[in-house]
Design a protein around this ligand. Structure first.
Ligand code: ADP
Ligand code: ZN
Length: 208
């Protein structure tokens, strides 16, 4: 199975990608997670990417392609891509990379959601540095303890009001055109992203 998840920041791509990855036993590839890991380990790549991430700008294509391509090529069972591709150039590169091995995407899932919902979710988002769980301040006690592994939850560094605004703008300018790109290929599936993670997951599974 080779899937791409597209949607604005806060649409629930990460949450749904994790569930799909478990249900279908294919790896979850999140460029955001891979880049954040590189930043926290202070690798050369992480040092280059950090200033872009903290402003909510796209990290240059060559950096992202470097980390994604080898992972994609190495995965026989396929992948659930989350956060990649994010512009037309990356989509073309992905197509080329797959074509070289005689493969192609099965579907691209567009998680559609209102801007108000996005801002609300991102402002309240908490992540678990230990197990990777994604939660909301509304769902945990004021002590911010992960319900799964008891680690202290954190806010993501780029979930600030100003950076959120810029990430939404970057999404509109660079990522939205991908919907037409994939619609023309006949592989785009639109999913309503409002509601609980369970509801959205059900919609995705039924659509596949
Ligand atoms: P979100 O979708 O919530 O904005 P991500 O974790 O997918 O979060 O991405 C966080 C940041 O990482 C982005 O704002 C961007 O700076 C960088 N990034 C992630 N994926 C890509 C990509 N495919 N191309 C360029 N930059 C990326
Ligand atoms: Zn946890």
């Amino acid at each position: 199975m080779r899937l791409v998840l597209i949607g604005p920041p806060g649409a629930g791509k990460g949450t749904q990608a994790k569930r799909l990855s478990q249900s279908f036993s294919v790896p979850h590839l999140s460029t955001g997670d891979l880049l954040r890991e590189a930043v926290s380990k202070k690798t050369p790549l992480g040092k280059k990417a950090e200033p872009y991430i903290s402003k909510g700008e796209l990290v240059p294509d060559n950096i992202v392609l470097d980390i994604v391509e080898e992972k994609i090529r190495g995965s026989e069972s396929g992948f659930i891509l989350d956060g990649f591709p994010r512009n037309i150039e990356q989509a073309r590169e992905l197509d080329l990379c797959l074509e070289r091995d005689g493969r192609k995407l099965d579907a691209v899932i567009n998680i559609d959601i209102k801007e108000d919902t996005v801002v609300e979710r991102l402002k309240n988002r908490l992540v678990c540095p230990k197990c990777g769980a994604i939660l909301s301040v509304k769902d945990v006690s004021s002590t911010w303890i992960c319900p799964r592994c008891k680690a202290k939850l954190k806010k993501r560094a780029d979930d600030t009001e100003e950076t959120i605004k810029n990430r939404i703008k970057v999404y509109m300018d660079y990522t939205l055109p991908l919907l037409d790109y994939y619609r023309k290929k006949g592989i785009l599936i639109d999913i309503i992203g409002e509601g609980s993670p369970d509801e959205v997951f059900d919609r995705i599974v039924k659509s596949l």
